[in-house]
Write a protein that binds this ligand. Sequence first.
Ligand SMILES: NC(=O)c1ccc[n+]([C@@H]2O[C@H](COP(=O)([O-])OP(=O)(O)OC[C@H]3O[C@@H](n4cnc5c(N)ncnc54)[C@H](OP(=O)(O)O)[C@@H]3O)[C@@H](O)[C@H]2O)c1
Length: 243
Amino acid sequence: MQDIILLTGAGKGIGKAIALDFSRKAQKNPSFNPVLILSSRTYSDIVALAEECEALGAKAVPIEADIASLDDIDCLVGQTLQEFGTIDCLVNNAGVGRFKDIGDMTEEDFDYTMSVNMKGTFFLTQKVFPVMEQKRSGHIFFITSIAAEIAFKSSSVYSMSKFGQKGLVEALRLYGRECNVKITNVMPGAVYTPMWGEAANELKEVMMMPEDIAGPVVDAYLQPPRTSVEEIVLRPVGGDINS
Ligand SMILES: NC(=O)c1ccc[n+]([C@@H]2O[C@H](COP(=O)([O-])OP(=O)(O)OC[C@H]3O[C@@H](n4cnc5c(N)ncnc54)[C@H](OP(=O)(O)O)[C@@H]3O)[C@@H](O)[C@H]2O)c1
């Protein structure tokens, strides 16, 4: 049997690492057959990643979508359902951050962050959840952040969006428990990815790597049907990077 796994923000960073980890675990476990629907705005990223996943033996389909657009969300879910008939796992990973002092945040910074992290994540989840609810199985991951629990001065708007995602996770879990759908909140601290821009180079030594997040996510998906890993908190061993 195939597992249809829809992954947003798959082109880079943590999303890419999750896609590769699913592929590697499938290679080791012949009874696990993931079909990875790889989505992001940059088509060349997800085409290249699909080739890497297929080289590891997984089936992978790139679909370009901007989750800030409800039309793109409709197309992404519609195309997946048309081709594969169902969705077993949604990984809400796509996210953006603009990091600066609170007084420097513009309306555009605010709208951009909220349109992806809050609006996009909400409406994609709203579209996918009924598919799982109806068949009484499925698993939805939210890659929120440690910034969903602790605010940092440079991340006021980002933190608002991540606290908001946590609200969605907790509300959705109440629905999920009634229909056997697992909901997992993944809260990483600092991870070395393109999201950090040039700051990543200075901080690399004290950060986690994307694969450190991917492993626990995929392992949580592979738990027995009776068990739901509800939260995963991962931090650099030296604690949070407060910059
Ligand atoms: N890095 C960290 O330290 C850290 C820590 C905790 C949590 N997180 C969270 O983990 C998730 C992944 O972050 P990352 O560090 O891997 O970031 P990243 O390296 O910047 O990658 C983000 C991915 O999301 C895609 N994306 C961005 N906006 C999108 C949109 N509107 N529609 C569809 N795809 C979009 C990007 O591709 P395109 O630009 O091509 O669309 C890219 O593939 C985010 O939700 C982030 O908040 C990151």
